[in-house]
Design a protein around this ligand. Structure first.
Ligand code: PEP
Length: 251
């Protein structure tokens, strides 16, 4: 299974800035990315086309989207469908990112509906899960992960192709804070996520990627990526500059 290095740009970059950053990143990494690694750029909707254009032809580069609405089309002002994302060149989308859960109010139920709908529509999905600091302090790590995973994949067919569904463990207290989960914490959470996936999906769970996200930087990426059950990273802040993200991809 290829390791995935995903760049979540959140609400950053215009179309032309995205094009320039992707072009720089492709230039910096060209011919140097290990054969078992994939790089995914996840720009805002308005930069999907220009980012896609800049990565066209670059080996092992993919385009992803940050969000979608779980309907094919209709009277949903301001929303974007999975079909529109596929048409714009995205092959994956995020669901359950902590900012959508905790800033924009998406419930476990909504995340589950979106995950199943996105997959059914042909997108690959990176389902994000993770505990808040008070939940960790209260010893609720496993309970939170179990609840979010079970609800997140509630309607996903058990025979889903494992390469279409990835999980991202992103402790909320480590996102955008500079605070990184230590190896022990990452190992524990990822092993638990793998066990949950195995209970739900059986043997194919070993082929599902589990990413770590939370203040990944060039100086901690190689240690994190080498840990058991870590099949990639989801990077926010440190993915915005081509130079910094290239050092993570090449770590
Ligand atoms: C994220 O946005 O998913 C993320 C992990 O952000 P950061 O790398 O900035 O912590």
């Amino acid at each position: 299974m290829n390791k995935l290095f995903a760049a979540n740009w959140k609400m950053h970059k215009t179309a032309s800035e995205a094009k320039q950053t992707v072009a720089e990143l492709v230039g910096l990494t060209s011919g140097k990315v290990k054969a078992d690694r994939e790089v995914m750029i996840i720009p805002p909707f308005t930069a999907l086309a220009s980012a896609g254009e800049a990565l066209r032809g670059a080996k092992n580069f993919l385009l992803g989207a940050q969000n979608f609405y779980p309907q094919k089309q209709g009277a949903f002002t301001g929303e974007i469908s999975p079909g529109m994302l596929l048409d714009a060149g995205a092959s994956f989308a995020l669901t359950g990112h902590s900012e959508r859960r905790h800033v924009l109010g998406e419930t476990d139920g909504v995340v589950g509906t979106k995950t199943a709908f996105g997959l059914e529509s042909g997108l690959g999905i990176i389902l994000c899960v993770g505990e808040k600091i008070d939940e960790r302090k209260a010893g609720e790590l496993r309970a939170v992960l179990e609840r979010q995973i079970r609800a997140g994949v509630r309607d996903v067919p058990k025979d889903i192709a494992p390469e279409k569904l990835a999980l991202a463990y992103e402790p909320v207290w480590a996102i955008g804070t500079g605070e990184v989960a230590g190896p022990k914490e990452i190992l524990e959470a990822h092993a638990f996520v793998r066990t949950m996936l195995s209970e739900i999906f059986g043997a194919s769970a070993s082929e599902m990627r589990i990413l770590y996200g939370g203040s990944v930087k060039p100086d901690n990426a190689s240690e994190i990526i080498a840990l058991d059950n870590v099949d990639g990273v989801l990077v926010g802040g440190a993915s915005l500059k081509a130079d910094e993200f290239s050092r993570i991809v090449l770590a």
